[in-house]
Design a protein around this ligand. Structure first.
Ligand code: FE
Length: 192
């Protein structure tokens, strides 16, 4: 009995071979990117959020240039699309979606959760953001404005969530432990 490759695997091999032949991207570069994404996790974004909460200068850098802020903490960003950071405030809540497909700041959050790619999430984030947020247990007062931001192939977004007031005096590592993937997409708020 022989193992046969699926049609997807054959297509992928043909595509990577062609990209190599044309000098667009080498197999080593593809392998490097896969390894970087495999190693990335929401813990990296959480470290950035915790640093921003305790260090105003870092917070300013993160809002001005997310890519540089990530690199400052040793997160590899080479070849990744630019990273933008959206700051939640008492009066403004951000929700990130890729309406077209599944663009996601993988360098700082790792692979997206399964629902991020779903047609239902992508459509409802735009059509009914408050209803969608409520399904994640996030009920915002009426005075809080919701801003939905579209991630694209050229620009990726993450949310800098609000710091819970109960965490006054907490150190950075403990703060980072609180921050979840959904908090940085904007479907949830940081809770302790
Ligand atoms: Fe996309």
């Amino acid at each position: 009995m022989t193992m046969s490759a699926t049609a997807d695997e054959k297509l992928l091999r043909a595509l990577t071979a062609l990209l190599g032949q044309k000098g667009i991207v080498t197999p080593d570069e593809i392998a490097e990117r896969v390894a970087l994404t495999d190693a990335a996790s929401p813990g990296q974004g959480a470290r950035m959020v915790a640093r921003a909460w305790v260090d105003p200068a870092y917070r300013a850098l993160m809002l001005a240039d997310g890519t540089r802020a990530a690199e400052t903490l040793g997160i590899p960003m080479r070849g990744a699309p630019p990273l933008g950071v959206l700051e939640n405030t008492a009066g403004l809540h951000h929700l990130v979606v890729c309406t077209l497909c599944s663009c996601y700041p993988r360098a700082v959050l790792g692979y997206p959760p399964f629902w991020f790619k779903s047609a239902a999430y992508r459509a409802r984030a735009v059509r009914d953001p408050r209803g969608l947020l409520a399904e994640f247990g996030t009920v915002l007062p009426d005075h809080v404005r919701v801003r939905v931001v579209d991630s694209t192939a050229d620009y990726r977004w993450m949310v800098l969530p609000l710091r819970p007031p109960e965490t006054a005096g907490w150190d950075e590592a403990r703060l980072a432990g609180l921050v979840r993937e959904g908090d940085m997409i904007g479907v949830t708020q940081v809770a302790c």
